[in-house]
Design a protein around this ligand. Structure first.
Ligand code: MN
Length: 285
């Protein structure tokens, strides 16, 4: 299933260039009150809603995707985890552009660990990226995003994929500079997720997916997730050694070479095999 959030928190099932409005299923979510349960409420309950979603989609009204505004398919992630220098090709370009891509000595992901992006930075395709700090370089980073489906901690890479709800395209937008990653990569709208969530059953091996991004029609990044230093399974293991992973947590798995600046007015089009294509407009904040 391809599950999207659109317009004012409507829920859709995507098929081709249409969606079916299945928002009625949201009435089946458990009633909650403060303090809210940890994790995203929809992702926590997705397994229980699957049959209902599919049944609803058969008779639900159809809408053309071009007539809706796509939001982030995860509404309330507990955290957005980033993976630095996780493609060999990106390590090479980071070394070549000494000090520009990262102020730190480039080594291995195991030396750097992971970083967190503020959840307030999260937007969907239709929201677009609103650039700040226009005197600095603001880069696109296209990444496979993993959405955790079940709470877990200390899990092995062998069992990691059992805890995944699905996948999406992630854009880890980045202001270059000397500050820490969590600061430079957390401005409002600097985490794009979408265009929808593809459930895990549709992607048997997340470590073999083509991914690319173009800006104004010019191809910038073009790789395959098999080039990841820590593949998806290993990344989940690595993250779960440190954090309890919750339903709706997002792991942006890292970016290949070809990162580069965007400016207001640019159009980014990113594509990941078996997920789809996301179009994101760039403007000034
Ligand atoms: Mn990144």
């Amino acid at each position: 299933m391809k599950i999207c959030r659109f317009d004012n928190d409507r829920l859709g099932l995507v098929s081709g260039d249409e969606l079916r409005d299945v928002s009625a299923v949201l009435a089946a979510l458990p009633a909650v009150r403060w303090p809210l349960p940890p994790g995203d409420l929809l992702i926590s309950n997705l397994d229980k809603l699957t049959a209902k979603l599919e049944a609803l989609a058969e008779t639900a009204p159809a809408k053309r995707l071009c007539n809706v505004t796509l939001r982030s398919p995860v509404a309330n992630p507990g955290k957005i985890i980033g993976a630095p220098i996780n493609y060999t090709s990106h390590i090479a370009e980071s070394k070549a552009q000494d000090g520009i891509i990262s102020p730190r000595k480039i080594s291995h992901i195991s030396d750097w660990g992971l970083f967190l992006k503020a959840t307030s930075s999260l937007v969907g395709a239709g929201d677009g990226v609103a650039l700040r700090f226009l005197d600095a370089r603001n880069d696109h980073e296209v990444e496979l995003a993993v959405i955790i489906g079940r709470q877990c901690t200390g899990i092995s890479s062998a069992e990691a994929l059992d805890h995944v709800a699905g996948y999406a395209i992630g854009l880890d937008m980045t202001t270059r500079g000397t500050e820490l990653q969590s600061f430079r990569k957390s401005a409002d709208s600097y985490a794009v997720l979408g265009p929808w969530l593809v459930t895990a059953d549709e992607i048997s091996d997340p470590d073999n997916l083509d991914l690319r991004i173009s800006v104004n029609g010019e191809l910038r990044q073009n790789s395959n997730t098999r080039e990841l230093v820590y593949g998806v399974r290993k990344l989940i293991e690595y993250a779960s050694e440190r954090y309890t992973l919750l339903p709706g947590d997002i792991i942006m798995t890292g970016t290949p070479d070809g990162v580069g600046p965007v400016e207001p007015g640019d159009i980014m089009i990113a594509e990941i095999e078996k997920i789809g294509t996301i179009e994101v407009a760039v403007r000034a904040a």
